[in-house]
Design a protein around this ligand. Structure first.
Ligand SMILES: *Cc1c(COP(=O)(O)O)cnc(C)c1O
Length: 714
């Protein structure tokens, strides 16, 4: 019994640090103990270990040589945590005493911690994981949403239904932060409508600590207790109170914990109030006036903007701002007008709303977009803020987003890298030479690996479809049909993302006749897998989903067009690892970066995309497929029509023929050449290690040293 208690204790400890989420060996350790329970608990080791049957654990432990595997995993975790020879130890040592403070309203770390909605959160999660791998001194701040983002199901009319689950803190990888007397540490924010209080939770992401503020404390009113219950769930008042907690509360939390950051990184404008609290703190502790403190804070602040879509920038009426920040404003010794002016492009325009992006741009000296094209678009968009500068001179650069390789690459593909790129490829993934070795991989080996991944995906989708049908109470015959959807030998195209209008999920469906012909072609058919959530308030997005779901239930498309419900990091992982082709067709230039296609390329899938975001700088003619030539039109319907035509043309004339062109041994040699070209030309650039290194060298170090921005611009 002692041995068993120890085993569980050790497993629990492994499950507490999210390091396990990018360790295939540890993941399989959990899964093998009880595959069904692992699935049922949403891959959450904490819930899993609470529910697992002790007798099963004993039996499995004996069968699996569990003790030695646990000891091995443990040793690796401890070596990882203590490793002093990291890239950051050499290149970011200036940040060691006073780390980078990274603020984000969402973090996508794993499906079992539902505090993210989409790309922004996943990017923040990947940023933390690479910062951990690289040994960057960084501490992160976010909010704990106890109901998270919604879970999606589709009813029998094809309409999206949302449900919210109350997460049990005991089942999350979070620990309460206590003060010296062992009581939960509390943060207070005084506003004109009362005091807002929050407690803190800590999440361990490898070597990085993430602190989450949570307003669900006894001292708060009922409505304030619910303030952080849902991500992007409330009206403007909820939103500004959440952002007050994140920014002002976040800086207070760091100070209370003894952190004195040398850099503030605002991941999106949501956290821009952090600059104001930092200024207040400097005025108080250094006895300097507002102007001087503001300059110092701007010098240490890095701001990343994430979208050119106007609705993606939070704006608040002045009264709401005064209600919440009036007390802070008084401490900053600013007049009402001067304070409101900080959030406006034209400070004296009383009708202009207070914009979080504007204040972030004014109070940071290092600002960037998330791809080269997005940098350009942002300079144009915000030029009015810099009336003395031309568009080219606007001080917004770019650092293109990347993805965390350990999180997104399938274990089977990792084996290929291990065998051919050299065992130390994870430390060298940002160099082109590392990936040049992909040419030494045998075509058949690469192809077979991809077939294995595709078969896994098909299996996953079938199970999901059957589960969905069971929930809807569909008859046996319908379930049986769904259980044989999709075919391993057919060109498989994935499309999964938020159903935001500009992402145009229905672009491929514009010509249903032609699509029908392509799906049911005898010798060169295609099949389509869709997934994604529409924002609960977005009727149009829900109609798009309904259209797709209706087509998936149309007998002409049976087995060849499916919609997978409840897109999250788990569904994303399955899709990006198993598809042949990843379709992305945003209305250029509205996709700031996009990152899902980067996950696909790392698994050998080919991107088939509009030249927007990251793809505009990645595509070289041989490493995937482009839709159109990067033109825009001021009339959206004209642009949509042309893009839809170009999409079908490239699909029919290039993508499909290339996939089905086989040699004597049955291999699509030219297709495989494109996959290899994809790895060679892109893997070293579009990973999060490269991204974080760029932030360190171009932003964090200059910001910490009070130097001016050295961000790339093109
Ligand atoms: C990667 C990812 C995204 C972002 O992908 P885009 O290409 O930017 O749409 C969104 N949601 C999930 C669950 C992801 O894993």
């Amino acid at each position: 019994m002692v041995g068993q208690a120890q085993t569980i204790e050790k497993l629990k400890e492994l499950g507490r640090n999210l390091w396990w989420t990018w360790q295939p060996g540890v993941i399989s350790l959990f899964r093998e103990l009880d595959p069904a329970l692992w699935h049922e608990t949403d891959h959450n080791p904490i819930a899993f270990l609470q529910k697992i049957d002790p007798s099963r654990l004993i039996k499995q432990a004996a069968d699996m040589a569990l003790d030695s595997r646990i000891d091995y995993a443990f040793r690796r975790l401890n070596e990882y945590l203590e490793n002093k020879a990291s890239w950051g130890a050499i290149h970011a040592s200036n940040l060691r005493v006073r780390p980078v403070a990274y603020f984000s309203a969402e973090f996508g770390l794993h499906e079992s911690l539902p505090i993210y909605s989409g790309g922004l959160g996943v990017l923040a999660g990947d940023h933390l994981k690479s910062s951990s791998d690289l040994g960057i001194p960084l501490v992160a701040v976010g909010l704990l949403y106890d109901q998270g983002y919604f879970r999606q199901s589709i009813d029998s009319n094809g309409w999206q239904q949302e449900s919210y689950l109350n997460a049990d803190p005991d089942l999350l990888p979070i620990e309460p932060v206590l003060d010296k007397s062992g009581e939960p540490l509390k943060i207070n924010i005084d506003t004109h409508s009362g005091v807002l209080q929050a407690q803190l939770w800590k999440v361990e992401v490898g070597r990085i600590n993430l602190y989450l503020l949570d307003s669900n404390v006894a001292a708060n009113s009922a409505s304030d207790r619910a303030l952080t219950s849902r991500l992007y769930g409330g009206d403007a008042k909820v939103r500004i109170r959440q952002e007050l907690l994140l920014g002002v509360g976040g800086v207070r939390a760091l100070h209370a914990l003894g952190y004195h950051p040398s850099v503030l990184h605002l991941n999106e404008g949501h956290s821009a109030f952090a600059t104001l609290e930092m200024i207040r703190w400097k005025m108080e502790t250094e006895s300097v006036p507002f102007g001087e403190a503001a300059q110092d804070v701007a010098a240490m602040t890095v701001f990343t903007t994430h979208t050119p879509v106007a609705a993606g920038h939070d704006r608040f009426p002045s009264q709401l701002v005064e209600e919440h920040l009036g007390k802070l404003r008084e401490e900053l010794h600013l007049s009402y007008d001067d304070f409101m002016g900080l959030g406006r492009v034209y400070p004296s325009d009383m009708n202009e709303l207070y914009c979080m992006t504007v204040i972030a741009l004014k109070l940071s000296r290092h600002a960037n977009g998330v791809s080269a094209l997005h940098g350009q678009v942002s300079r144009r968009m915000w030029q009015p803020l810099f009336p003395n500068k031309t568009v080219e001179e606007v001080p917004i650069g770019h650092i293109t987003n990347g993805v965390h390789v350990g999180t997104w690459v399938a274990p089977q593909m990792r084996l290929i890298f291990d065998r051919h790129l050299g065992v130390d490829w994870p430390e060298k993934m940002r160099y082109p030479e590392t990936w040049a070795a992909i040419d030494t991989v045998d075509d058949a080996e690469l192809w077979e690996t991809q077939q294995v991944l595709k078969a896994r995906l098909i299996d996953f989708v079938r199970n999901r479809l059957v589960e969905q049908a069971v929930k809807r109470g569909e008859p046996e015959a319908a379930k049986a049909k769904l259980g044989s959807a999709l075919d391993l030998n057919i060109l498989t195209i994935g499309f999964a993302r938020r159903f935001a209008t500009y992402k145009r999920a229905n672009l491929v469906l514009q010509d249903v006749e032609r699509l029908t012909a392509m799906l049911s072609s005898i010798d060169q058919p295609i099949q389509l897998i869709f997934a994604g959530k529409a924002h609960p308030e977005d009727r149009f997005g829900k109609e798009l989903i309904q259209n797709i779901v209706k087509l998936s239930r149309d007998s002409r498309f049976e087995h060849r067009l499916v919609f997978v419900e409840d897109y999250d990091m788990n569904v994303a992982r399955q899709l990006v690892q198993g598809v042949d082709v990843w379709l992305n067709n945003p209305r250029r230039p509205q996709e700031a970066s996009g990152t899902s296609g980067e996950k696909v390329l790392l698994n050998g899938g080919l991107n088939f995309s509009i030249l927007d975001g990251w793809w505009a700088e990645a595509y070289d003619g041989s490493n995937g497929f482009a839709i159109g030539t990067g033109q825009c039109n001021s009339v959206p319907s004209v642009q949509d029509e042309r893009d839809s035509r170009d999409l079908l043309k490239t699909l029919n004339e290039e993508v499909i023929p290339l996939y089905y062109k086989r040699d004597m041994s049955g291999l699509p040699r030219e297709w495989i050449a494109r996959q290899k070209s994809g790895f060679r030309s892109m893997a070293w650039r579009f990973n999060a290690d490269r991204m974080v290194m760029d932030y360190v060298q171009n932003c964090y170090l200059p910001a910490a040293l009070g130097m001016s921005c050295v961000m790339p611009r093109s």
